[in-house]
Write a protein of this length. Sequence first.
Length: 165
Amino acid sequence: MSCTRLLLRSGPVLAAALALPAGQAVAASGISVSAVGSTVSVVTSACTRTDGGWGSATLLTGRRTDVSAGRRTILAGTTAGQSATWSDVRPGTYTVVVVCSGGGTAGTRPVLVPSASGTSSAAPALGIMGGLGGAARDYGPLTLGVGAALVGGGVIATGWYLRRR
């Protein structure tokens, strides 16, 4: 009987805790950043045109956070999407910040520029960052099967433990 009350009391808290990170991960950044060779580009659809422009995008080196200290470029595009590009970017970790013309930040995202020509993906320059996680990589059936077995074992063990109490 006490297990039922415990589960009923913790249910709404658990549901809120699971829903909060998912909503934050989606709304965390309204930009998409990519690096191909020595060219970095950013795309967004979060800005609206005010004062004759969409806004600007800044490429910051290392762990800098001051937008005035980076390479700034004006966003170009349409209402469907705006973009900016930087050429001849040296290899390293950078942070891209997009500021709309209204003054609001559309998003901030780290990017890794590779030392050899090729494509790269966003790299966590400022520690671990939330996002898609495992959904960004295609895992095989063996990995998914082992993961499912671990989760299933955890659910069974939790049920057994709660029943024994």
